[in-house]
Each structure stands twice: as C-alpha cells, then as structure tokens.
Design a protein around this ligand. Structure first.
Ligand code: GAL
Length: 686
C-alpha cells in the first residue's frame, strides 16, 4: 500500500500536542508562556492549535488590529521546533460586534434573538458576520501565512447549530428556489397537500413547521449547506490573504447536525474531536467499538488518508456527567486506538488548565499545580515518547474489504419521519450501524465507513443498515456492485423514501431494491418491550448459519420473490415467514435482514458472511472478547496494533505471526499476554 505524505509535509512524525491558549495568560502571567515552552519539551509535545478563541486579542475594538502578540507566540513555538495549526477565531465573537450588529446573534425557533453570551452561536447567514470574519481571516493570512511555524489552518471550531432570523429564512427560501425551481415541484416534494399546507408563495415557507417532514429534511440540508458555505468563505478569505497551507476543521464524530461527508470534500485534512466516557463496565466495549467506527469513517472520508485526532482529553472532561479520572491504561489505549485506525495526530483539549471559566476543571496536560510532576503530565510525556518511536507508521493506511454505510441524509430522513419506532436512549439509525460495525470490529476485521454516494468498487462486502432514504442513482450503483461480484447486506426499513422523504410506490424496498433483493416487505411491525419475537435459521441454508436469535423491536413481514430464505420468524401471526434472505444477482449476492437484531446475531451473521466471502483476517482465530486487532501498512511493512479494552489480562495466540515490538524492539511470537487496558504495536516485513 502506497504511503501518504505526512500531514505536515516536512515533519515525518506523529503529531502530539493540543489546543494552546496563551491569550488566556499573556495579559497577567507572561512568565507562564516561558514556562510553557520548557514544559512542552518535557511533555514530548510537538504540535499546537493556537488562537482558536482569540478574536478579542486580535481586534479588541472594531477595526483596531493587533497581531504582534501572536507573532511572538509563533516565533517561540517555531524556535521550539513545534508545528502550529493556526485557527480562525470565528467560533467566539467579541461583545462589541454583537452590540454594534445584533444581526450576528442567532434567533431561536420562538423568534427570540440570543444575547451575546457563550460561543458557537453566530448566524451563518449574516453578511456582517461573514464580512468581519473575512477581514480578520485575510489579515491573519497576510500576517502569518508565510510564518515557518504555521503548517495548517484550523477553520473555526466545532461548527454547529441553526438560526431562525429573517436572513436565514430568506436564504432557505432562495436555497429551495434553486433546488425546486417551481412551487409546484416543491409542493409535490413536500407532499404539502397534506393538512392544506400547500405553499402559495415562497415567502410563506417557515422551517419551524415540523408537520412537513419533507421540509424538515430540507431544512437540515440547508443548515448543513449554509454552514459549509460559511466555512468555504472562511477558507477563501485565507487564500485571498495568500495562505497556502492545508485547511482542516474539527468535526465531532457522528454529530447529527452537519453532513460531514460534504465538509470532507472541502477540507484538506480530516480532524475529529473525541471525548468518550469510560465507565469501567461492559459498556466500555460499546464505547471502544463506537470510537473505532467513528475513526474508520474519518479514515475513509479521504480514501485512507491519515487524519488528526485534534481534540481529546488526557484526563476527565469536566462536562461529563461523572467526570471520572481516566485510568492510565485507558488513556493510552484511547489515544493509540486513533493511531491504529489511521490517525497521524493525537492532540488534546487543552495544553494548560485555565484559572477560570467553564472549563477550569477540564483535564489538561498542565494542571493548576503547574509542574511536570503530575500523573497526567507524566503519562502524556510517556505517550509522546511512544509516538516518537511510531514515526515509521506516519502515512501508512489500512485496506478494508468491508464497508459499512453511514449517511447523514438517511439518518435525518429517519429522524424526521413519524412511524419508524424511536426508542429512548438509542439513535434509530446509528444503533444498527454500530451493531453491524461491531460484528467486524470484534473479529479484528478492518471496515471502512462510507456514505451511499461513495465509490463501492474494491470492497468484497457492503453493509447498509436501514438504507431508508435512497438518493438518485444509489440503487443502480448497488445493483452494478452486486452484478460485478459484490456481497450486499440490506436490512428492514430500506428503500422506503426517495430523496424528498416521499414513500416509494409499488412496494418496499423501493426504488429498484425490491428486484435487487428479491423480496417484498409488505408490513412493518413495531413491538412493545413485553412482546417477544425470534428468528431461526433454516436447516442446510447456503450461509451455513445456525441458531435462534431474539429480535429487537422492529420486524418486517416480507415475502421472498425469488430470493432464497435462510431464516424465518418463530412467533405470532407471521411465524414461518422469511426473516433473512439471499438473492443471487449476477456474480454477487444480496442479503435482506427483516428484523432489528442484537450483537449476538450480528456476531454470528458476520462470522458466516466472512466465511462465505472468504475475507482474509489478520489472525485466523477470533481474538478474545474486548480485544481488537488492526493493521496499517505501506509497501514494505505492516504495523499491527493489538488492543485490550478489558480490565483484565488476556492471552492471544499470534499463530504464525512473528514480529518486532515497536517499543521494546523484541521479537514477539507464539502466545502473548496483554494486561488489562493495554496496547502492543508490532511490526513485520511484508
Ligand atoms: C470541544 C471544544 C473545545 C472545548 C472542549 C472541552 O467540544 O471544541 O473548545 O470546549 O470541547 O471538552
């Protein structure tokens, strides 16, 4: 596998560091900045995101700019040999701006304009805000675009939220005009004949009407697009100021509000913020596999290109419900998991705890105590030295035979449609996606996480849990994929609506999927918790799947129309009807799973699919529960990460693997033991 260039072109190391906010200290504690430089070296930190919330120090009064202070910071960091990701400070605005131009503050869905307070709360449409941000960004680029420390731009911070001001509503109406052209088209797409909600004039459109589910979906698309447009304008201003460094923005995992697939197309490098809660219970395995899934998506967003874990916490975030200290091995595993899944940067929020403000108790590398003698500081330094030894991993990536689809528009359509069962504490879309992913995660099989518009070629298997909304062309592309020999797994609630949230006619799964799957899903049954339903495999089925499994609370009554039945329902009036089918199409096959299922089923089903499709595994036998095995490769070497997410030691038979331990340099083979919450990284020639 060809190596990718390092994320900072002249720095072939894993980046290690975090958000650095010297602007909180320089006014009254300038000596702290000197001390920071000393400590950065000791912490083995080499990369810092700077200036994320520094607007007030750049422009304390409208039109009065100060950049010298930042130049000094950058000079010092450069002398230190550090890499800087310089931020645009649009995530938090100065009070003078809100006072002079109230339009920059958001309006809520009750029509109330917010006060200046807090952050991440500006209107994305406001021309004034866009102009002020553009002026500052351009000046930052002119001043620092040529600074040798500045290796990347950090665009704003965790974009999120929506605004209901007149400007936003008008922009939404314009966005709709561009999408639908005529009111007739719009009314059809929204089925607004319902309850006499037909729109007679574009100005009547009000996105707060939650009864028009087609509009709800379009509003989400618009909010995401408008935010993306804002980000593009920020980047354009940097380019106009002459900055040529790559740009990134910090995503928030599966954050529901933005279609990150579209953001991924615009940024040069993918970055993510992750703040998992570890509880020392079985739930930790769910958390570890969830993180693995999120990381897989970030690696997949740019076809395997290394990404950055740009924010994480070396200890407990103060906003967790229970800010439990991160146990030493837990911290190390969390950070190395990102590297195992393709990150070339491990960074924290934040470098030093501030004395005040909402985040004064948020874990950081440097504590209020201020020295290098804290437990957290020492563990960060230790990880830094491990990351240094892992430099050969930089630019390597992972080949996946399996892809799981996770599509924001599908999610939004499911969330905005009344009918499909929503269970408290679960996300109707993500939960099944995560269950499917976990089946592979626990077997040490690498999965990419794609959207329905991604390129499917090159994968042996695609799993698309609840492909509820079908974008144009997707059914045709899936058919081609299967005809060419791919294995596709679809589930209940697939092909239900088109891109406008309108139900397909002529039977579900619609839009061409009925013929592809060889099944007709006639009815959908949502069960009470007290109900029970099971599915059982049929004897001698082609997948060699054997067992009886309890279903979740959503089951479909389906008919096989050419597909072979592999398992059937056990109870109730649809006892005996198909629950799992397989349809041969061209050189490939399509599985249709008619019920929501839990981890146990997914584990057995995945196992059978892996066997059937002959997907190669790193180790032939299944790793012990809670242990994940991953690799990253280039053309010559393979780096193998073995991670134990259990609280107890495990033994792993490495079979015929014989590799070098990246930390000790020892040869490792045979059966190795791994303490609880521990990671080993091995290297072998290919
Ligand atoms: C992130 C944010 C940071 C900091 C951090 C605390 O969401 O980007 O600025 O607030 O949370 O966990």
């Amino acid at each position: 596998m060809k190596k990718h260039p390092p994320i900072f072109s002249d720095f072939p190391q894993l980046a290690h560091g975090g958000d650095y906010n010297p602007d909180q200290w320089m006014h009254r504690y300038p000596e702290v900045l000197e001390e920071d430089l000393r400590l950065m070296d000791k912490a083995n930190c080499n990369t810092f995101s700077v200036g994320i919330f520094a607007w007030m120090d750049y422009e304390p009064k409208e039109g009065e700019f100060h950049f010298d202070w930042m130049r000094k910071i950058l000079d010092n960091l450069h002398r230190q040999g550090a890499q800087v990701v310089l931020a645009t400070p649009s995530g938090s605005k100065p009070a003078w701006l809100s006072k002079a131009y109230p339009e920059v503050c958001r309006v809520n869905d009750q029509g109330l304009r917010a006060h200046h307070h807090n952050r991440h709360n500006h209107c994305m449409t406001s021309p004034v805000y866009r102009k002020k941000v553009a002026i500052l960004n351009q000046k930052l680029a002119e001043k620092f675009g040529g600074h040798p420390a500045v290796k990347m731009w950090h665009i704003s911070n965790e974009y999120s939220g929506e605004c209901h001001c007149d400007l936003c509503h008008r922009a939404f109406q314009d966005w709709l005009k561009a999408r639908y052209r005529t009111l007739d088209e719009l009314n059809h797409a929204w089925w607004s004949y319902f309850w006499s909600h037909r729109i007679g004039d574009w100005s009547e459109i009000d996105p707060r009407d939650k009864s028009v589910d087609g509009m709800c979906l379009d509003w989400r698309r618009f909010v995401s697009d408008q935010t993306l447009d804002f980000m593009k304008a920020e980047i354009a201003a940097l380019r106009a100021g002459g900055a040529s460094q790559p740009a990134t923005t910090n995503m928030m995992g599966f954050f529901h509000g933005l279609d990150y697939w579209r953001f991924a197309e615009v940024v040069d490098v993918i970055s993510d913020d992750a703040y998992p809660q570890w509880k020392n219970t079985e739930e930790d395995l769910n958390m570890a596999s969830l993180l693995g899934c999120v990381h897989d998506m970030h690696r997949s967003m740019k076809n395997g290109k290394p990404w950055m874990l740009i924010e994480s916490c070396p200890d407990a975030p103060q906003w967790h419900k229970t800010p439990r200290l991160k146990r030493p091995g837990v911290y190390r595993n969390e950070m190395l998991q990102a590297v195992a899944h393709g990150a070339d940067a491990v960074m924290y929020f934040q470098w030093r705890k501030g004395r005040g403000g909402m985040e004064k108790f948020h874990g950081a590398v440097v504590d209020h105590e201020g020295s290098e003698n804290t437990r957290v500081f020492k563990q960060v330094a230790e990880l830094g030295s491990t990351l240094h030894k892992l430099a050969p991993v930089v630019g390597t990536s992972t080949h996946s035979d399996v892809a799981i689809l996770m599509d924001w528009e599908v999610r939004w359509a499911l969330e905005t449609s009344q009918g499909p069962l929503k269970i408290e504490g679960e996300n109707i879309y993500l939960t099944p996606v995560l269950k499917a992913h976990r089946g592979f995660w626990e077997k040490g099989i690498s999965t990419d996480v794609l959207e329905s518009l991604s390129d499917f070629s090159g994968y042996r298997m695609i799993i698309a849990p609840q492909l509820y909304l079908l974008k144009p062309g997707v059914a045709e592309r899936l058919r081609q994929y299967v005809e060419d020999g791919g294995t596709l797994v679809l589930t209940y609630l697939s092909g239900v609506v088109n891109e406008s949230n309108l139900c397909f006619r002529n039977g579900f799964p619609g839009g061409g999927l009925r013929e592809l799957c060889g099944v007709w899903a006639e009815e959908i049954d949502h069960l009470y918790e007290e109900d029970s339903q099971e599915i059982s495999s049929l004897p001698n089925n082609k997948l060699n799947l054997q067992g009886t499994w309890k279903t979740g609370r959503t089951c479909e009554r389906i008919h096989a129309e050419g597909a072979e039945v592999l398992a059937t329902f056990e109870h109730d009036f649809y006892a005996g009807s198909p629950a799992l089918t397989r349809n041969q199409v061209g050189k490939g096959s399509v599985y249709y799973l008619a019920a929501k299922m839990d981890e146990t089923f997914w584990s057995d089903f995945t196992q059978a699919l892996i066997k059937e499709t002959k997907i190669p595994r790193l180790l032939k036998s299944e790793p012990p529960k809670g242990v994940h095995i991953r690799n990253r490769c280039d053309e010559e070497k393979e780096y193998i990460f073995i991670q134990n997410f259990n609280n107890h030691p495990v033994e792993i038979d490495l079979e015929d693997l014989s590799a070098l331990c990246m930390e000790s340099g020892d040869v490792v083979k045979g059966t190795v033991s791994l303490e609880g919450w521990h990671t080993r990284i091995l290297c072998q020639d290919l």
